[in-house]
Design a binder for this molecule. Sequence first.
Ligand code: 0RA
Length: 648
Amino acid sequence: MAKTVENNYTAKNINILKGLEAVRKRPAMYIGDVSSRGLHHLVNEVVDNSIDEALAGYNDTINVTINKDGSVTVEDKGRGIPVDIHPVEKRSALEVVMTVLHAGGKFDKDSYKVSGGLHGVGVSVVNALSEWCKVEVKRDGEVFYQEYRTGIPTAPVKKLGKAKRNETGTVVTFKPDEEIFKVTKFNFETLAERMRELAYLNKTVTITIRDEAENLEEKFRFKGGIVEFVKYLDETRTPFHKPIFIEGEKDGVPVEIAFEYSDAYSENIHTYVNNINTIEGGTHLVGFKTALTRTFNNYAYKNNLIKENSKISLTGDDFREGLTAVVSVKVMEPQFEGQTKTKLGNSEVKSAVETLVGEKLSEYLEENPAVARKIIDKCKRAAEAREAARKARDLIRRKNALDSMNLPGKLADCSISDPEHCEIYIVEGDSAGGSAKQGRDRRFQAILPIKGKILNVEKAKINKILENTEIRAMISAIGAGVGPDFDPEKSRYGKVIIMTDADVDGSHIRTLLLTFLYRHMKELIATGRVYIAQPPLYKIKKGKEEHYAYDDEERDRIIKRFKGNGKSEELDEDGTPKGVTLSRYKGLGEMNPEQLWETTMNPETRTLLQVTLEGVETNKIFETLMGDQVEPRRAWIEKHAKYANLDI
Ligand code: 0RA
């Protein structure tokens, strides 16, 4: 008998090792990637568990600390990970949760599980990808402890002593494994942005984030929840009423929505399912939009704000101009779909949101006629502007200028036509465009050179935008329409890659291009089709050996290695060891076609930065960087001086 148990135990251990090995072998399958994004995802994964405790009503405090040694600590006051001996596994539940894949351990069925997407993979994944990890649990009046190396326990769970009266909670500290991650340095701002968002979405929780190395700290607690979130998003705009707040539960779906209108032109809707930002939208968004259009239209007709015989008719787009909204729903078994698995598919959520918003918004409008009138006036103005924009588009379309039947002369198209396998490089300047045309693989890579600074679409009227030669070239090359007509599925390329010089001008041009795509082809970004090429910054040469460095850190590492090989400690004028030459690439034009292919365009060796709409700052960043007001722009650049290359 004892033998069987022992064998079982061994078999279980082997399975665990296999599980951990699978995670370490293919980390990207579990956390998306092993770049900075995946690294920060580790923290989110642990914090999600602490948030789950808050949603279950047991936790009001989360403290996140970036420690001096590069590890991160996440502390909460939840129930603590269970520690009782697991009846089947015959060992502490704590060890099971920390080492078995998907044992994330929501033993209670009625919690808001997070499935699909990148979230909800469980703390065991964080543990497996950490050089070391330590966890301390306060539960049942005692303190329990276990430690791991690359996910494997170094010893059984032990008791450290008594916990203070009634104190419970979990403290997880982990050091991401340098053998797995390309970058292991945590960025305070990146983490703070997500913590701020979580604090807005979960108004009962206080989240503190500290950086011990940089001596930074921020504390987030928003009693007003998403109402405060909307105000924060609209900080740079002038709303003309207090946020409208709708809350309730329909068919078992809790819904919370806050929104307001301002004098802005863009639409700014953020949707969440179980605290996950659903960038591609989905049924909750559709339900909200449908209810908004119908309710406002009904109210307007009933109150004679739109005449029966009026020439203008108000469409959904008109009711969303200048709208800032946060839609947050909780779904038991969410189905995530779409290119980036951030689109909610559950059909029952559409009707839940639609019904609730229909009811509550009608009530609100009846009770606040002055606000209702202001909003509808604004929508009427939007309809007029939309009509003017449509005319401008039609005028240009009649000349076939936006059509992919009429490809721009400067485009060097690729020979195959399956969009999934094709990519277009939008390249700054004719000379770099020339190198790219010669260096590319013409079967699947198209090149569109554009001239210098394109138009700043944040400041221009729609007819000016559509008359701009460079912008028209992009629209017809991509071939999926523009503005409200844009359809990402029609894109002639699966990847749209922006390739600019690694200098201030290049960064400006990249921002202008991104601003255009963000405002007029947003779904292209939301569906994960927009990328930024990463040309090297340096070439380091010693004898016949040649290396490229993509940032200063890598440059220093390579130089150090060369130094290690050399006998002399003497240095050249440029700080490199004797015989080593360092050259900085100022522009793409300085590379010959072979070098450009090898360093930046060859899919086997290049690094592409995918542009995402993650985080709530995107809209603000564009408004700040590209808008009219100089002062906020100066302040932003000053605050983000280090990241002024706009790594969105
Ligand atoms: C498994 C089950 C329960 C909670 C947790 C895990 C849990 C995990 C983490 C990770 C960080 N903080 C955490 N807090 C809790 C449910 C507990 C119960 O049923 O008592």
